[in-house]
Each structure stands twice: as structure tokens, then as C-alpha cells.
Design a protein around this ligand. Sequence first.
Ligand code: NAD
Length: 307
Amino acid sequence: MRFLVTGGAGFLGAPLANYLVKQGHSVRVLDDLSAGDAARLDPAVNFTRGDVEDKPKVWRLLNKIDCVYHLAARVTVPESVLYPKEYNRTNVSGTVAIMEAMRDAGIKRVVLASSGAVYGEQGVPLVHESLLPHPDSPYAASKLAAESYVRTIGEIWNIETVALRIFNAYGPGQPIPPTYPPVIPQFLRQILQKGSVIIYGEGQQTRDFIYVDDVVQALAAAATAEGINRQVINIGTGTGTSIRQLISILEHVTGKEAQTIVNPGGAAGVSALVADTKKARELLGFEAKIALAEGLTRLKSLDPQFS
Ligand code: NAD
């Protein structure tokens, strides 16, 4: 098949693009490199630097494409609180621009990388796709709006659409920006360097951490699965891990004791965000295979940031 992956030089997009070319597909990547790195890509991937709103470029790249993966986005929740307009521009307008171009180019299918963040606080141990989303950040709101635009424009113009609500992905290549770093690479680095790990709230909040290779498998399945048109599907492991449990697994994986600092008033986020994975099993035949301890061991050995 011929694929276009927007945001394909990013943490999730690059392993997806690399996986697809290894499977013998033809893959184009469009990424403005605002956060991505083209050096992550297999030389067989056809890379173009550019913005998803650059119409002539997008039109050219869509020529003869069978399926688009739309991953290009701004992805940091706290940053979105400071810059909601920017998040709206990239994540919402950027998505509308891609859908409009797909309509004009006659593209048949799009897979949107959405987020478990759209659920917000639900007060249940597992979140099912039938729950009413309750976004609690501009990032989450932008992903929900993107889902809605993709579904609506797809319906009008007969483009097959599916939105995968990815939970907390981790793995090699995940950047650790100085501001708002994701919890896993941040904690792993702190523990390895004997720094302090800061726990916000009680540390009992649970998350669903999914290894990047599992996410790639789910995305790959969504390109060809039958009967998924207009669906939203959770992509997680179905296992909740509290922040304190995460620290103890990291201690085990690194063989080092974590120095913890508790900030009870800090922004701990929602109390639980764990995927109900039934729909992914039924519609995509997808089940995450890599348990957290195994994924963290791979992360530590494969990512040069931790050697
Ligand atoms: P990332 O920041 O590594 O990837 C996003 C990529 O999009 C970057 O390479 C960036 O340069 C590119 N980009 C940003 N704006 C662009 C624009 N206007 N035009 C072209 N390219 C642009 O983040 P990621 O973690 O790989 O996330 C990929 C997708 O998956 C995003 O849509 C994100 O919302 C979604 N997602 C990620 C996670 C996760 O845990 N990593 C969880 C849920 C959903």
C-alpha cells in the first residue's frame, strides 16, 4: 500500500513509518520538524519537510496514496494551557486542512491519532469509548475537535475514517524537553542520575502506559481492518499503573533506589486514565503485548539517552 504519515518524524510517527516500509509498503512522511527528527527515519521513507497546512505540498504528497495516518500535532498538555490558540491551529485547523486536501485528492481512508486525554476525569477504573468525553485541557479539546472534524468531513465526502485514542505511550526516542517532560523518560533519567523524582498529589493516580511498538501494531492494523469506519477505538494495555507503582518498577528495572519528593498541592491530573480495550480486540484484533517492566527494560537498553 501507499501511505502518507503526517508528523511522521515524531516519536510515534517515525517508528510507524519505518515499520510500514519494512513491511514492503511505500511511505511518504510530511513533518515540519517542530518536534520531529528526520534522522529517525529509514532511508527508504520518502521525507518532506513542511506544514500540514501547506496545500500545494500536501496535494503533491497525497497523489496516489491509499491511506493517510494523521499524527502531526502539538502534544504537550501543560503547554496547551499556555498556548491554546497555537494548539487549535495545529491540531484542529491542521486536521481540517488535511481532510480538505484528502477530499480533493480522492483519498479513501484516514487513521487519526487521537488521545485518551479526551476522556478527562471519568471516575471509573476503565474508560470505554461510549463514555462522554470530558476534556480538561486545550490539548484534549483539540484532539476531540479533530476527531469530530475527521468523522464529519469523512461522512460528507465518503472517506473512511477511524480515530485511535492512544493512551500514555513510552519508548525509545521519546524526547525529554526541559519543560513538561513526559513522566516515564523523566523519572527514568532522574533515577539513573540519582536525582529526585517529584510525585504530585498522593501518587495514587493511575495511567495506562503502552510501549511504542504496541502502538505501531495498532496503527498498522487500522489501515486495513474491516468494519471500523467512523469508529473511535482505545489503544492502551488495559492495565492501570499508579505513579508510585511506576517508581517501584523503575527501581527494579534500574537496580537503583529512587529519591522521592512529594508535592501534595501539585497538578496530579485525573485520578485514573486506563483504557477499556475490548473494542480494540474486537475491531482491530489488537492486544498490547509488552508489559510495563519489559517495555522499561527495552527503553533503558535501547535509548542512548539512558546509557
Ligand atoms: P511528536 O511531537 O513526537 O510528534 C508530532 C510530530 O508532528 C512532530 O514530529 C512534529 O514535528 C510534527 N508536527 C507538528 N506540527 C506540525 C505541522 N503543523 N505540520 C507538520 N508536522 C507537524 O508526538 P508523538 O508523541 O509522536 O504524537 C504523535 C500523535 O499521537 C499526536 O497526534 C499525538 O496527539 C498523538 N498521541 C500521542 C500520545 C503519546 O503518548 N505519545 C498519546 C496520545 C496521542
